[in-house]
Design a protein. Structure first.
Length: 320
């Protein structure tokens, strides 16, 4: 029996509630319908609000027929679930574990947890990572620390610092007063030049914000783009880097620990940005008091995210 919705809360908060609320694909379809069309069905072609005709069950979802223009669609068409042959109940359980586990899950762990093929688990996780990015998310503001970190295993004879052969990740994090961190943004960049750093800053930070950096010349043109640059020169400071710029160093430490712990360090450069987006999604919701709400937010994003195929993912998703 499907669990009755709790007044003021239409999502589960425990795994027991989850299993009761979503016992089968029919319950999952009904939930997706409420998320995708909260005001009622809206035809993707003629944009008419109406009550659709429901045809045969196919591809884990009823076919829907618009009574106005007779366009055929389904609950999963145009979402990350589009044309999937995996039951929606399996998708929902994967979303639950990914969004509620403290450190997320690797594809191998997900395979063992819900009993699916490794390739399917890997594909599902990467589709969810695409859905974790809200294209309308607001930019960082206030005081923002920005610096680069270097991710990857040690290479004998490789250079250190900005000349390294490791993957370069630029990190921006809001600094709260008197203490604490706000939201974070990260990007895998090819090098530490201004051509890579400045577009990132412009994309994720509100103009007029105070941007705290080290003395690297790649940040010299920040004021030209409307930012107030606060320079902290590490070599002339008596404080170590993790004290003078605590935000980015804390985030970098957590990121590396997560990659080594949850994913055993097996994150290839072409897929690194996808893992950065998952870390960002999880970190920015770390203060949520409800695990189930994070699960709901992930599914809300899933139904408005365009379909992603294996071909889009296999060699690294094009985040541009």
């Amino acid at each position: 029996m499907v669990l009755e919705l709790i007044p003021g809360r239409d999502y589960p908060n425990t795994y027991r509630e989850f299993t009761q609320m979503f016992p089968d694909d029919t319950a999952c379809v009904a939930f997706l319908e409420r998320l995708r069309w909260p005001g009622g069905f809206l035809c993707p072609i003629c944009q008419s609000a109406s009550i659709p005709w429901k045809a045969s069950w196919k591809e884990n979802c009823y076919r829907l027929l618009c009574p106005i223009c007779h366009h055929k669609t389904s609950m999963t068409a145009g979402t990350i679930f589009d044309k999937t042959r995996t039951p929606l109940r399996t998708w929902f359980e994967a979303a639950w574990h990914v969004s509620t586990a403290k450190n997320g899950m690797s594809a191998k762990t997900l395979e063992r947890t819900i009993g699916i093929n490794y390739k399917v688990a890997w594909m599902m996780l990467h589709r969810f990572r695409v859905a974790m990015v809200n294209i309308e998310r607001s930019k960082l503001s206030g005081v923002v620390e920005i610096d680069e970190s270097f991710v990857g295993g040690e290479e004998q004879g490789s250079k250190r610092g900005r000349g390294t052969n490791k993957s370069i990740v630029v990190i921006a994090v809001e600094i709260k007063q008197p203490k604490g961190f706000g939201r974070v943004r990260m990007r895998h960049i090819p090098d530490c030049s201004g051509e890579s750093l400045l577009p990132f800053a412009c994309d994720v930070i509100v103009p007029g914000s105070v941007v705290r950096t080290d003395g690297w010349t790649g940040y010299n043109r920040l004021p030209d783009h409307g930012f107030i640059r606060d320079i902290i020169v590490q070599s002339s400071s008596s404080d170590p880097a993790h004290v003078s710029m605590p935000g980015v160093h804390r985030i970098a430490s957590l990121l590396k620990r997560w990659i080594l712990g949850t994913h055993q360090g097996s994150v290839l450069p072409p897929h690194l940005q996808s893992y950065l987006e998952e870390f960002t999604f999880r970190f920015n919701r770390r203060k949520s008091r409800s695990r189930g709400l994070v699960f709901r937010r992930l599914l809300e994003q899933a139904v408005i995210t365009e379909p992603t195929t294996m071909a889009d993912i296999i060699h690294g998703y094009d985040w541009s």
